[in-house]
Design a protein around this ligand. Sequence first.
Ligand code: UGA
Length: 443
Amino acid sequence: MDICIVGTGYVGLVSAACFAEMGNNVYCVDVNPDVVETLNQGRVHIFEPGLEELVRRNRDQGRLHFTPDIREGLDNSLFVFICVGTPPGEDGRADLGFVRQVARDVGRSMQEYKIVVDKSTVPVGTADMVRELIQSELDSRGLELEFDVVSNPEFLKEGDAVSDFMKPDRVIVGTDNIRTAELLRVLYSPFARSREKMMVMGVRSAEMTKYAANCMLATKISFINEIANICEKVGADIGDVRRGIGSDHRIGYHFIYPGVGFGGSCFPKDVSALISTAHEQEYTPSLLRAVEDVNRSQKKVLARKVQEYFSELGGVQGKTLAMWGLAFKANTDDVREAPALEIIKELTASGMQIKAYDPQAGENAARVLQDNPGVEVVKDQYSVLQGAHALAVVTEWNQFRNPDLKRIKSELEIPVIFDGRNLYPPRMLEEMGFSYFCMGRQP
Ligand code: UGA
């Protein structure tokens, strides 16, 4: 099939490469000519395991094309996927400026029937808006062309994006048009092999499904973080409690790891966007607000532990903290809404110096932190320890899981580790002579 994908971020580029891998002919459109140039050279501008290889192979075999010209993509395709960003606006609502622009461009350029597919995360009702915008452009061109607008939200995770797309738990298609649904079923058949994986529903339900899924996952995380905080107070161990509740299949083990709070470009933005949608409908979303509140304070928990520890040693002022991890989670270079940034902000505001290392996110973090003189981003995992008074582990990269503990102990001024991801066995660390602070566990 011939497909045009507008937007080459995580969702757009991964979808494009995976559709091309299954033999489809895919045109990828991005307004940024530098990005198009990079992709045309077979390089990928975002860090995502396995993606560059997939992009290069499909480009070399002539199934994946990159262009800044939406007309070129449209003329050659039946499907147009909208995969542009919907960043949070100042009021918490999703900013649909890019989506609107694509809809207008489609209306201005299309010459025949198209199936327009919303893959960006967009508030309920956006498909109707996209339809109206395309129609008004067609009207002003005096053209009577048919088109469909479908909602097809994406559920891939950064860091696992390619395998999530290749093996989805489900494919959601929001449309009332049976023929369009069948065409999408054919397009997705290599990924959603069993028929039940493809779920066809009304457009608004599909749009809402995406928000409900992310808000449910965010709720699980805030819930377990709250339970971990209570565990600490009452002398219970969240690791045991997690196993104890996860074994109930109604609860499950996934997404109940306590930590430093959820970050990234999706959960914080989507919870806040659904809160705004609810308010617009004069509904008070008390639970979603609580999820946001818990997360906001969870991002400060590790910094508070550092401050409390140093309060007996004259405070954090003038002390140096080595930090492992800046990305909002492992296997990504993304620092959007990353808890590490919040921790750095809190501690440097109190006069602490931070030396931070991340396997992939160092450059992005250094850019965001350039106005903060209290932090230095370093390129080596162990050199951050030199002269530091303590180590904080903020992201769960594999290379932090089994570190050289003897070296950590000898390099640090004080053998103390603040572990925001519960990576190490508390008893072993204490036996080695570390003071060890983690999230909701007991020694
Ligand atoms: C999330 C969803 O998981 C995807 O299904 C969705 O498609 C995507 O948003 C999106 O809307 O585009 P992502 O933001 O890439 O994916 O990352 P996650 O792996 O979901 O992690 C989000 C945050 O939750 C991270 O900060 C992570 O550290 C935290 N988390 C996750 C926990 O603190 N505990 C857990 O048990 C799981």
